[in-house]
Ligand binder design. Structure first.
Ligand code: HEC
Ligand code: HEC
Ligand code: HEC
Length: 412
């Protein structure tokens, strides 16, 4: 072997180690540093100038979410695929999780994606669900977290409150950014048409099917719902809260304020029930069921109406009616409206909409009880300190006269 060849061979170690280190640096730059720069720039360009930071309680809730392993079953990322977009809304953009460090995106979906769950369900629903998931969602496989409570779903410890506060922030950044935020994101993205399509800047931001809305929107349903199908659906979806016979005694109802309606004590119009199923009852734990097919909703309408238990006829003398009308005019119209349809002048400012007596008729007993006790968790207060017993009875008779039945014409 010549001396030259020997030297070149000894140099080979040097050359390969320099090349090795060089390639290592190159790959760090190409696969780590460079994409981060591009992403940072895109995040800056697409996101709003400032994000609302998490409060102390929300931060603690986030830590509990991480500690309890919620991310093993729940993702927080709506992907750019159609199935995700129809179920959960617009795909998650990088800037939305700017504060999310370490991130909780998750990889497995045993439960639904939670990135838009904020504002979808009421706090008392969440508490009941954490305390005992199967008391509200009969077939749930989610574990229970009773240690976050003092023995009952309506006695949440601070930890449960923090967790729910955190859940209510999910999706908030995007909501707060509003249409201007969407416009800025679209502009900042500045990407090719097909990429833009994927970014999903169309469609509703959060179409969560259980999200309640204050709306009179009514689905188009077949006129006759299948009773057997309705009964089966009711026992899987509704009985957990409303009770098997609609007596408001389901296990999930115990911690809810307002409590589930005693369906047996009410007559409902077809349209009234359809509307409730479509929109839920905003401000309460009653979810919307928009994702069920029209035939299932129609079946549920039939079942709900059939739960009504006929009470003895409640005829009232005319003098009593006049007194009821007067009491109603003095004390109730600002919320329930002159025509009893829940459109009083104060209605829009209330957390829960006033009852619409044209679409549902409580039994006389139920109306009297409501006036005596109010409905805890809603603006409907007890009236015994302001009305005499005679006035309570009179106005209870009176509110029943607004009911229009399916014909739409009040009985009066
Ligand atoms: C073993 C898997 C599992 C774990 C762990 C888990 N969940 Fe769930 N979760 C589910 C499933 C399945 C559902 C759907 C059924 C239901 O609503 O109970 C669900 C539903 C939910 C919902 C209702 C979502 C909606 O849009 O209807 C919320 C909120 C939720 N989970 C939060 C949490 C939080 C917070 C934790 C951690 C404290 C957690 N989950 C832990 C499986 C899980
Ligand atoms: C998580 C518990 C829960 C589940 C599950 C639930 N409800 Fe309710 N529901 C409520 C609560 C709470 C209210 C009371 C709202 C109020 O006081 O305004 C309510 C109210 C109602 C009302 C009356 C609304 C009104 O205008 O007075 C109807 C009808 C109804 N639910 C039907 C159903 C049907 C049908 C199902 C199943 C598909 C169902 N609910 C499932 C909790 C639930
Ligand atoms: C501050 C507004 C407000 C005033 C004033 C008010 N209500 Fe209500 N009322 C409500 C709300 C909100 C609900 C619905 C609560 C719910 O969904 O659970 C309600 C529900 C009811 C119900 C229950 C219907 C059912 O489904 O069983 C009756 C009965 C009723 N009100 C009668 C009256 C009468 C009579 C008066 C006057 C003496 C009156 N309310 C005054 C807000 C009001």
């Amino acid at each position: 072997m010549s001396r030259h060849a020997g030297r070149a061979l000894r140099m080979a170690y040097l050359v390969s180690s320099v090349a090795g280190v060089g390639f290592f640096i190159l790959s760090v730059v190409l696969l780590g540093y460079w994409p981060k720069r591009v992403l940072d720039a895109q995040t800056r360009a697409m996101g709003p100038e400032a994000l609302l930071p998490l409060t102390a309680s929300e931060q603690r809730g986030r830590a509990i979410y991480a500690r309890e392993g919620c991310a093993y079953c729940h993702t927080q990322q709506v992907r750019f695929v159609e199935a995700d977009q129809t179920r959960f809304g617009r795909p998650t953009q990088a800037w939305e999780s700017r504060f999310d460090y370490p991130h909780l995106l998750g990889t497995r979906r045993i439960g639904p994606d939670l990135s838009r769950v904020g504002g979808t369900r009421s706090d008392d629903w969440h508490f009941t669900h954490f305390f005992a998931p199967r008391s509200v969602v009969r077939q749930s496989v989610m574990p229970a977290y009773p240690r976050l409570f003092d023995g009952a779903p309506d006695r949440p410890r601070q930890q449960a409150r923090d967790l729910v506060a955190y859940l209510n922030t999910l999706g908030r950044a995007r909501e707060l950014a509003g249409p201007e935020g969407e416009a800025r994101a679209r502009e900042g993205c500045n990407c090719a048409d097909d990429e833009m399509m994927q970014m999903g800047f169309h469609g509703p931001l959060n179409p969560h099917p259980a999200r309640t809305q204050r709306s009179r929107e009514e689905p188009v349903l077949p006129a006759d719902g299948d009773r057997a199908r309705g009964d089966a659906l009711f026992s899987t979806l509704c009985a957990s809260c409303h009770g098997r016979r609609g007596e408001g005694d389901g296990p999930g109802g115990a911690g809810l304020h307002p409590a589930p309606t005693m369906l047996a004590d009410h007559e409902f119009t077809r349209a009234g029930v359809a509307r409730v199923l479509w929109n839920g009852v905003a401000g309460t734990a009653m979810p919307a069921w928009r994702d069920y097919p029209a035939s299932d909703l129609a079946a549920l309408v039939t079942t709900v109406r059939a739960l009504h238990v006929e009470a003895p006829a409640a005829e009232a003398p005319l003098a009593l009616m006049a007194q009821g009308a007067e009491t109603f005019r003095l004390h109730c119209v600002q919320c329930h409206g002159e025509r009893g349809d829940g459109t009083g002048s104060a209605a829009d400012s209330l957390a829960v909409a006033p009852a619409d007596f044209t679409q549902k008729r409580p039994s006389l007993g139920r109306a009297i009880t409501t006036l005596r006790r109010g409905i805890p968790g809603t603006p409907m207060a007890p009236w015994t300190s302001r009305l005499s017993e005679a006035e309570v009875v009179a106005v209870s008779h009176y509110v029943r006269t607004f009911y229009a039945g399916d014909s739409g014409a009040p009985a009066r």
